[in-house]
Design a binder for this molecule. Structure first.
Ligand code: ATP
Length: 233
């Protein structure tokens, strides 16, 4: 579904991605793990088109999308849930969801709202409240639901567990698995390598702007180097 080859990206003279290769198959849940500053966020943003790539290619469903503006990539079927959720705090929960549906026709919005309300009942309960009044976990759900309103084929999730209590993290990861079970292909970036790799079909490890290891999630969890570097064992 997604094939990234030789991707490079710069912030001015600083090179953040040094030729990244990854592939995501339809229906897979793929985890990208690595230390702070490894380039994980930059990679997700380059795929969704909010960060320019300076070289390499990004093919989505056999089409090179690397020159498309971000909104065209949303229309093609890629939605991103940004790091730190970025909900619009003064706006109602429902209006946040409607913003996520900017590519959809009027007739499609109602059924999509009903679908995300079924997945996240709390968002239905709190639909008239300002998004800023939600808890961190609820805001993560809102950010995910907002991305789902575009009806993506590929969902990019940046650090969904950031700043959340362990029980809430479990709940969020359960929901991510549920989305995969519904047929959505997912690429998730996580500092919480253990949680991400344990649900991932495929994992990639990133260091200093390069992919340094890849394999099945369960295999990477057993790897000694990964255990020492990312799991504190
Ligand atoms: P984190 O978990 O902290 O988000 P990350 O693996 O997602 O880390 P990136 O945020 O992609 O890493 O950062 C990759 C590199 O690019 C780092 O060296 C970082 O300092 C640099 N970088 C990121 N954003 C900018 C920016 N806006 N301007 C300059 N350099 C940046």
């Amino acid at each position: 579904m997604l094939v990234v080859k030789g991707l490079t990206s710069h912030y001015g003279r600083i090179q953040a991605l040094h030729g990244v290769d990854i592939a995501v198959r339809p229906g897979q849940l793929v985890a990208l793990v690595g230390a702070n500053g490894a380039g994980k966020t930059t990679l997700l943003r380059a795929i969704s088109g909010v960060q320019p790539a300076s070289g390499g290619s990004i093919d989505f469903q056999q089409q090179d999308i690397s020159r498309l503006v971000a909104s065209r990539r949303v229309r093609a079927g890629i939605s991103q849930v940004p790091e730190g959720r970025q909900v619009f705090a003064p706006m109602s929960v429902e209006d946040n969801l409607l913003l996520g549906a900017f590519t959809r026709s009027k007739g499609e919005i109602g059924p999509s709202l009903a679908a995300v309300h079924e997945l996240f009942p709390i968002l239905h309960e709190k639909r008239h409240l300002p998004a800023g009044t939600l808890s961190g976990g609820q805001q993560q759900m809102l950010a995910m639901a907002r991305a789902l309103m575009a009806k993506p084929k590929l969902l990019l999730l940046d650090e969904p567990s950031m700043g959340l209590a362990p029980l809430i993290v479990q709940e969020i990861f359960r929901l991510i698995q549920k989305l995969r079970d519904q047929g959505i292909t997912i690429l998730v970036v996580e500092q919480n390598a253990r949680a991400a790799l344990s649900i991932a079909d495929q994992g990639y490890v990133m260091e200093l702007g390069r992919i340094v290891m890849s394999g099945r999630g369960a295999e990477l969890l057993k790897d000694d180097k990964i255990r020492q570097a990312y799991l504190g064992m």
